[in-house]
Design a protein around this ligand. Structure first.
Ligand code: AKB
Length: 332
């Protein structure tokens, strides 16, 4: 019997990771992407296999959707305990201060965006986790080519957010080459979802839907001709899932640009006018304009399309149609 137990145990340990669903921890889970990301992953891997975490008290509906726990990304031991207790395989690290809010509190952005990444990268190395860290169009700066911005080019961002994301890309690649860490990173454009983001430069493209449907007017903090790369949340999360599932052999790099479209405020508001014909827009550019002026206008994601067959589904016209419906159903 002991021998057969041993055989059984060995057999259990030999089950390759992919043949059972991964156990996934999402940090910063109550930000713009976490709740919808957990919903998508739960449809694929089962509710109990996807744990949402943050330092914020969750709403009742978050609790009803699946497991939620407290996790502070600055507490390394606390994170270790979660990974061990829940036998985590994949870590999706969303915790970050975004571009505009990072400029308001640089020391906090350094702690959350840089120290936080050190903690999760080291944890992923120790416990052999597959780790996803999002990067951004904000990882480029005024010296980068802006139209189009290729996957590999000059990166000299001028926000602490951008600096911290370049740091995440580099340390992740370093751990991959030095320790074999399965680090995966997508540079996202502005992500458009009905759940409000917090403190980004691309947020106008979300806020305008809420304001237009509530009040019929909006004051935009970017100039009408500010072109930025964008993507609907469903495309963003599908990119994340497909990329996490891609076999290692398919990946020619650890960091990929992904995008779906590029538009200006003027172009977005013109489309929105189909649904809100009397929409009244005024423009009052503020410090976020300076950030946007140094970011890519058109993002070249041909490497992702070639290597792991990335394809977006939503363009500007159907993005607007879906957003109107999402905001109306959930917020109005
Ligand atoms: C921001 O505007 O800061 C983010 C981003 C593009 O990374 N939405």
């Amino acid at each position: 019997p002991i021998a057969s137990q041993l055989v059984q145990r060995r057999a259990f340990h030999q089950v390759p990771r992919e043949s059972r669903p991964p156990k996934i921890l999402i940090t910063g889970g109550l930000g713009q992407l976490g709740i919808e990301c957990a919903k998508l992953l739960r449809t694929q891997y089962g509710s109990h296999n996807v744990i949402l975490s943050d330092i914020i008290k969750p709403s009742q509906s978050v609790l009803e959707n699946g497991p939620y726990i407290f996790a502070d990304i600055l507490d390394f031991k606390g994170l270790q305990k979660i990974v061990v207790d829940h036998r985590i395989d994949w870590l999706i690290h969303f915790s970050a201060l975004l571009s505009a809010v990072g400029e308001q509190n640089v020391p906090l952005a350094v702690r959350v965006n840089i120290e936080g990444v050190h903690n999760v990268i080291e944890l992923a190395k120790q416990y052999k986790l597959r780790i996803f860290v999002p990067s951004t169009i904000g990882a480029f700066g005024p010296d980068s080519p802006r139209n189009p911005t290729p996957n590999v080019t000059i990166q000299r961002p001028r926000t602490i957010y951008g600096v911290s994301k370049v740091h995440a890309e580099l340390i992740g690649e370093y751990y991959y080459h030095k320790f074999g860490l399965d680090f995966r990173c997508l540079r996202f454009p502005g992500v458009i979802s009905s759940d409000p983001p917090g403190g980004g430069t691309t947020d106008y493209a979300v806020a305008v839907f809420h304001e237009a449907l509530r009040n019929g007017k909006y004051t935009c903090y970017l100039r009408p001709d500010t072109r930025l790369p964008m993507m609907y949340i469903e495309d963003c999360l599908r990119a994340l899932l497909e990329f996490m599932r891609a076999p290692n052999e398919q990946l020619k790099r650890r960091v990929y640009n992904v995008t779906a479209m590029s538009f200006t405020p003027e172009e977005l508001f013109a489309q929105l006018g189909r649904h809100v014909p009397n929409l009244h827009v005024t423009y009052k550019p503020d410090s976020r304009q300076l950030i946007a002026d140094a970011w890519p206008q058109v993002f070249d994601d041909s490497d992702a399309r070639r290597d792991w067959h990335w394809q977006h589904k939503y363009d500007l016209v159907n993005l607007v149609d879906f957003m109107i419906k999402d905001v109306q159903d959930n917020y109005i």
